[in-house]
Design a protein. Structure first.
Length: 276
């Protein structure tokens, strides 16, 4: 398809790539778009999309749009379709979806988590496109807005240094629990079925008050990975916030689902009454 002026994606909230690059690693494809030949059988077939090596990665809305489809089928597994103007972008082979059908989304907003890899398809006005061409246009929009000084170009902004927490040794297990339970946790919070303990709420207020008085926030461009735009000066504060949020998530799992980290002692488990 030949790109025309009509195909320029307009987005009030800016633009964002689908997922963040891993530190010191290039994004690679496991399967390209178009006609492919099977290495074993020699048969050819047409692949209607591209596959990324992107295992269990948070996925973002790429622009201002609306969720136009959520489903599950044999070929694509769990999938999410988001409409951006005349474009429709499909994320497939997902393990979790954080948005609802008909929900409006903005660039950089977390919408899903990929499975072992990410399958992506793109159409414009119903006509199929090579997703690489779409992503190239998207990246160009991000670069142009960034150079022009507008704050509408959303990119993932990881820290140069990792945030250290008291839960680092259980990091992988906690991430697996978040993939399973985070949407339910957020839904229960929204509905008031789980109330954050007063101590946690007050501690978070205190931490953010300190951060505001020391001008820690918005040192850099906010993004999905760094929504407050904090820099390296605020790493100790970020660590405190992480500790509080992870502790509350684990508290929720214990009280509502009777689920604990494998390293939790029987003595600690006695402090919880599941079902509260």
């Amino acid at each position: 398809m030949k790109y025309t002026e009509e195909m320029i994606l307009q987005s009030p909230s800016g633009y964002c790539m689908p997922f963040e690059e891993e530190k010191n690693k290039e994004v690679t494809l496991s399967k390209g778009y178009g006609e492919l030949k099977d290495a074993v059988t020699g048969e050819t077939s047409f692949h209607h999309g591209i596959n990324f090596h992107a295992s269990h990665r948070p996925l973002a809305a790429v622009a201002s749009g609306i969720v136009s489809g959520i489903g599950n089928d044999k070929e694509r597994g769990v999938y999410l379709i988001t409409r951006y103007g005349k474009y429709e972008v499909t994320y497939a082979r997902l393990v979790n979806v954080f948005v609802r059908f008909g929900q409006e989304v903005k660039a950089g907003q977390a919408v899903a988590v990929s499975g072992n890899d990410l399958h992506m398809e793109v159409t414009f006005d119903g006509e199929e496109l090579n997703p690489i061409e779409f992503l190239t246009m998207l990246y160009g929009n991000i670069q142009i807005l960034g150079k022009s000084g507008y704050g509408a170009a959303h990119e993932f902004t990881p820290f140069d240094d990792e945030i250290k927490t008291r839960y680092d040794r259980d990091k992988e297990e906690i991430e697996e629990l978040m993939i399973r339970f985070l949407p339910v946790y957020m839904e229960d919070l929204f509905r008031g079925e789980y109330i954050v303990p007063e101590y946690t709420e007050q501690s978070l207020r205190n931490v953010f008050t300190v951060g505001a008085t020391r001008n820690y926030f918005f040192e850099s461009m906010p993004s999905m990975a760094n929504p407050l735009g904090i820099g390296s000066r605020a790493l100790p504060l970020a660590g405190k916030v992480q500790n509080l949020l992870i502790a509350d998530f684990l508290n929720y799992l214990a009280l509502r689902h009777n689920v604990y980290l494998s390293t939790t002692s029987e003595e600690v488990k006695k402090n919880f009454t599941p079902g509260q």
